[in-house]
Design a protein around this ligand. Structure first.
Ligand code: ADP
Ligand code: ASP
Ligand code: MG
Length: 402
């Protein structure tokens, strides 16, 4: 079999863990499999590199950031290859330029376009264990790019799809996908299986156990994923198209504490205004999440929307440049928000879900800032400091615990 195994940052955080993972890889190889390994940067390396950059520049060039951050993954792959070579196994590390992992040109948020599998296949034919850098790519200018935080999962799935692998295993520091982050909700329950669509929602709404784009790709190319622990032998969670269990009303709760709200005040109440404003953000590739408009008074409205806090600097710049043109009289920012969401395919036909979420927030005395609903999820924006409590209360309300 051809197996792709991805190990996250905490799984390779230090020499002991690198050696431990090397043993796991060796076992798979000795069973007669071809193995491609995808690695993240060790431990907090990526965060540390970001902190280093911030000491030098408040808003560093994205190209240079990618140049810096990709060094983290390059350290991991070379160290892992050394560990395997030390054990007498044939191994070779490759970075994104060597594999030829082609991405779009957007630094820091690149998307994989195409992978040349020739080099990897050649190395596999030579019986090598191939160790590839996660998270990075190259664009058409031959510059290195990164896929966004958590992007190594996406590298692994993309490689599994490109090589038509038999298995794609994502090894991390928890035993699988839970009904909520087990570090926040202690009685969260591990799921044996979850569908692509529910996993995609959870991942997109903040459950960082999988990068959302990895789930999108897995679903598109029908790559069955297994999420499991690098430290124990527990079974893990299978992510796939259809699951055996009857779908639950609610499958999980996700939280994202990296949210900001922008409110444009006194925007003239005229057709085309919203288009004018959001077109400008769209052109700059800013992802706008939830949007609400107030009722117009005296021919003016307030327009509020939430964004990922990481894009706040860019958003502030765009607002400064355009606010006069939009005719808004002012702007307010709230940088300390969190989004808590409930996800479940069974919600479509059940009206009671939203009221249960609100009841849980009422019980916890938590104020809701903005609400957004769709067929498969309900999200609320609340103060960041309330996020953990809100997640626990909602988890309890739906009786999701173990
Ligand atoms: P890695 O470095 O292996 O990629 P991450 O830190 O990116 O690991 O993702 C694993 C973490 O995701 C867990 O430690 C856990 O705290 C968090 N997490 C959030 N939501 C969930 C969930 N629903 N199920 C499991 N883990 C979750
Ligand atoms: N090292 C990158 C990050 O910390 C990518 C990853 O771990 O998936 O975001
Ligand atoms: Mg991750």
């Amino acid at each position: 079999m051809l197996i792709v195994q991805k190990f996250g940052g905490s799984s390779v955080a230090n020499a002991e863990r690198v050696l431990n993972v090397a043993k796991r890889i060796a076992k798979t190889y000795h069973q007669g499999n071809q193995v491609v390994v995808v690695l993240s940067a060790q431990g907090d390396t990526t965060d540390d590199l970001i902190a280093k950059a911030k000491e030098i520049s408040k808003n560093p060039s994205k190209r240079e950031m990618d140049m810096l951050l990709t060094t983290g993954e390059q350290q991991s792959v070379s160290l892992m290859a050394m560990a395997l070579l030390e054990m007498g196994l044939p191994a070779i590390s490759l970075n994104a330029s060597q594999v030829k992992m082609h991405t779009t040109s957007d630094y820091s948020t690149a998307r994989i376009k195409r992978i040349d599998s020739k080099r990897m296949k050649r190395e596999l034919d030579r019986k090598n264990i191939v160790i590839v850098t996660g998270f990075q790519g190259i664009n058409r200018y031959d510059d290195v790019t990164t896929l966004g935080r958590g992007g190594s999962d996406t590298t692994a799935v993309a490689i599994a799809a490109a090589l038509n692998a038999d298995k794609c295993e994502i090894y991390t520091d928890v035993e699988g996908v839970y009904t909520a982050d087990p570090r926040i909700v202690p009685n969260a329950r591990k799921m044996d299986e979850i569908t692509y669509s529910e996993m995609l929602e959870l991942a997109s709404l903040g459950a960082k156990v999988l990068h959302n784009r990895s789930v999108e790709l897995a679903s598109k190319y029908n790559v069955e994923l297994v999420v499991r622990s690098s430290l124990t032998e527990a079974e893990g969670t299978v992510v796939k198209e259809v699951i055996k269990m009857e779908e639950m009303l609610v499958s999980g709760v996700a939280g994202d504490d990296n949210v900001a709200r922008v409110s444009l005040l006194g925007v003239p109440d005229k057709p085309g205004k919203a288009f004018d404003i959001f077109k400008t953000f769209g052109k700059k590739n800013i992802n706008i999440d939830i949007i609400i408009q107030s009722v117009a008074t005296d021919g003016k409205r307030n327009i509020s929307f939430s964004i990922d806090k990481d894009s706040l600097n860019d958003v502030k710049e765009i607002v400064d440049q355009n606010i006069a043109k939009w005719g808004a009289t002012g702007v307010e920012y709230d940088e300390n928000l969190a989004k808590v969401s409930v996800v479940g395919a069974g919600m479509v036909s059940n009206a009671g879900v939203a009221s249960k979420v609100f009841e849980a927030m009422y019980d916890a005395n938590i104020n809701i800032n903005i609400i957004s609903t769709s067929e498969i999820k309900i999200s609320i924006l609340i103060e960041k400091e309330d996020m953990r409590k809100a997640m626990r209360k909602i988890h309890d309300k739906f009786d999701l615990g173990a």
